[in-house]
Design a protein around this ligand. Sequence first.
Ligand code: SAM
Length: 291
Amino acid sequence: MVSAAEAIEIAAKDLKPKDLDPNVARPVTPLGILVQQLEQLQSAAQNESVSPQFRAALTQATRLAAGLDPYLEACTTPESAALTQLAKATQQEDWSRHFDSGETVKALEQEMLSGHLEGQLLKMLVSISGAKRVLEIGMFTGYSALAIAESLPADGILIACEVDSYAAQFAQRCFEASPSKDKIQVKVGPAAETLQQLVKTEDPFDLVFIDADKGGYINYVNLLLETQLLAPNGFICVDNTLMQGQPYLGEEQWTENGRAIAHFNQFIADDARVEQVMLPIRDGFTIIKRK
Ligand SMILES: C[S@@+](CC[C@H](N)C(=O)[O-])C[C@H]1O[C@@H](n2cnc3c(N)ncnc32)[C@H](O)[C@@H]1O
């Protein structure tokens, strides 16, 4: 029998990336990536030289990690038919085609869509805070926008900023299937420019959801806190603040987005104007309010 440490070494030698199917969403959350790596280790550990105890422990670790997201989904209020349809249409779209033909400013992919759990969290936050005016920075195909709109009262409004005109049109087609469509206004263009316009024309927002270019996050938060765009008791939700685990895995593993998010998280932690909580939902979700 080999020791656990030797078994890991043997298993790691056999570790090969799974075949990539472009129609299946790749893991983009710390938990999703962990599950994929555990599953790969598990198949590599089907090796005579690995002890049954080690294999059993690895199986239990994989089950613990792999079961969490499906269980969270199963215990959360189901999404509406319009949201299911929007998610399905987003998954079926060949986003690389738009990128290749230069229709989009930057790469778009189905994995950008926030989804059921985060959508329901946003709905819950809108509903318990009584928010009536919401701003979204980064709409993509509109999953979070539609979830928020579904939770707003009849006289509520969501203004959603999106730089990519193809994604914006795609979202607006999906909104047509929903009775909440009239609560959504879409602004196409770089959010930094749209926000400068909104400062001049709009009343304050009760909730702002930031889910766009990671390098812009600090500027967006500064603008919200320094102008009247965020209501005095308003709050900000920020997506992807775990960025696939990169901020805590260390600088040598940072991509450009990982670096931007690591700096953003530090900036918020050091900012005396605000208090915040980071939740390990999907790829990290931080809620920020003025002190
Ligand atoms: C992660 S996706 C948003 C996902 C969406 N909130 C959801 O829940 O499905 C990020 C979006 O931000 C958009 N974006 C990136 N940079 C932007 C900018 N400077 N201004 C406005 N939108 C931007 C991208 O085109 C993309 O559609």
